[in-house]
Design a protein around this ligand. Structure first.
Ligand code: KG4
Ligand code: ZN
Length: 398
């Protein structure tokens, strides 16, 4: 009987990652090489630089993942790779290398959707913590730098079936975090900075109202022409479960200008370039941001988390889901975890998050998501290529 060892490879954005996972349930190794230092000075991911960095990192990262797992290529049963969505050039590095390895070793290649990977990060985490977790239907919120999507996830044999029930019509929540952090002169990616600084501000200081987070129902069901919304029509989706995070970013910008909070931005940019991590104490936070800026940061986060929370729980209720999975980079957020956990307890529904390391991009989630496909013999053809706009699941019938 095969051990069920899958090598996962992930290179869809700015993390080069490889991991060895046994039967989708036990992580033997998970190595992530972050490119944050490369992109930080540009305040965002530069696609050309991402591809170059993946090329540099892919071989050592895969070697490290095998070494850490104490296995060799000949111990593996399959190689899994993210085929999309993501940056085309970045995806191609992982795909090309995984293909070559699979061909050389005579191993099957499994293509994994990055979004399904994020969902499996929670399932993997649960399996590792509790061993036997029954696969029951769930509502999954994938909330990251590229996505804010709600899926009804149903187990079907060992595999999962997904229906897209809600999504952002413009920016992803993580994108709003990154853009707001950038305009305030904080580090990249913005999520961890805002997360850390928000603790020292008053979340009710700036009343961001939800009319600023409008669902664009007036688009008549057509997907707007924004990058994040280029896929999947929204006509079939309940407008209550659509998100929009571009308005709040503009509202923050307007607030900054109106209240003269531009001062200090240059000093913060200089600080962020020399400090990889955000301040952790109140004194350090105040040295970097005056109290009104901390209040603005806390209010922004409070509004975003509140909007995610309300729509996620409303969707769960409407679908009768008693299990909620929250995953993706923004799921690492402290306030989000606290408020979602409290709300779940109040409503008596199960809630689960990945560990912090599994929240952001990694390859263990890719290897875990590949396991049901391995069992089903669903292998990728030799012609596998990158699909930058790959979507997950079906859209409800109109
Ligand atoms: O899942 P991920 O690593 O990559 C994508 O697939 O996009 O998510 C990255 C996103 C970034 O926008 C980052 O700012 C955000 O997740 N993020 C956070 C936190 N940690 C990362 N957002 C809020 N709070 C955090 N602690
Ligand atoms: Zn991701």
């Amino acid at each position: 009987m095969p051990r069920g060892l899958i090598l996962g490879v992930e290179s869809s954005c700015d993390e080069t990652a490889a991991a060895v996972v046994e039967r989708g349930a036990r992580t033997l190794s998970s190595v992530v090489a972050s490119q944050i230092a490369t992109h930080a000075r540009y305040g965002g991911v530069v696609p050309e630089l991402a591809s170059r960095e993946h090329l540099r990192a892919i071989v050592p990262v895969i070697r490290a993942a095998l070494a850490e797992a104490s296995v060799t290529l000949s111990d593996l049963d399959a190689i899994a790779v993210t085929s999309g969505p993501g940056l085309a050039g970045a995806l191609l590095v992982g795909i090309t290398y995984a293909k070559a390895l699979a061909f050389a070793q005579g191993l099957p290649l499994i293509a994994v959707n990055h979004l399904e990977g994020h969902i499996h990060a929670v399932l993997l985490q649960q399996r590792e913590a509790h061993h036997e977790v029954p696969d029951t239907p769930a509502l999954a919120l994938v909330v990251s730098g590229g996505h804010t999507h709600l899926y009804a996830a149903r187990p079907n044999g060992g595999a999962w079936h997904y229906t897209l029930v809600g999504r952002t019509v413009d920016d992803a929540a993580g994108e709003a975090y990154d853009k707001v952090a950038k305009l305030l002169g904080l580090g990249y990616p913005g999520g961890p900075w805002i997360d850390a600084l928000a603790r020292f501000g008053n979340p009710n200081a700036v009343p961001f109202s939800f009319s600023q987070i409008k669902t664009k129902v007036h688009l008549g069901g057509k997907a707007p022409r924004t990058k994040a919304a280029a896929t999947a029509p929204i006509a079939a989706m309940d407008a209550r479960f659509l998100f929009s995070f571009s308005g709040i970013k503009t509202a923050v910008l307007r607030y900054v200008e109106l209240h003269g909070l531009r001062e200090g931005v240059k000093a913060r940019i200089a600080y962020a370039l020399t400090h990889p991590h955000p301040p952790q104490s109140r004194e350090e936070a105040l040295a970097l941001c005056p109290q009104p800026v901390l209040d603005l940061i806390a209010s922004f986060q409070h509004a975003v988390v509140g909007d995610l929370l309300r729509k996620t729980f409303a969707a769960a209720e409407s679908l009768g889901a008693t299990r909620i999975l929250v995953t993706g980079g923004v799921a690492a957020n402290r306030e989000l975890r606290e408020r979602f956990t409290a709300e779940a307890a109040r409503r008596r529904v199960d809630i689960a998050f990945p560990s912090l390391a599994l929240s952001t991009d990694n390859a263990a989630m890719i290897a875990a998501a590949a396991w049901p496909r391995y069992v089903a013999g669903e292998f990728a053809p030799a012609t596998l290529s990158a699909d930058p706009a790959l979507s997950l699941g079906t859209v409800p019938a109109e």
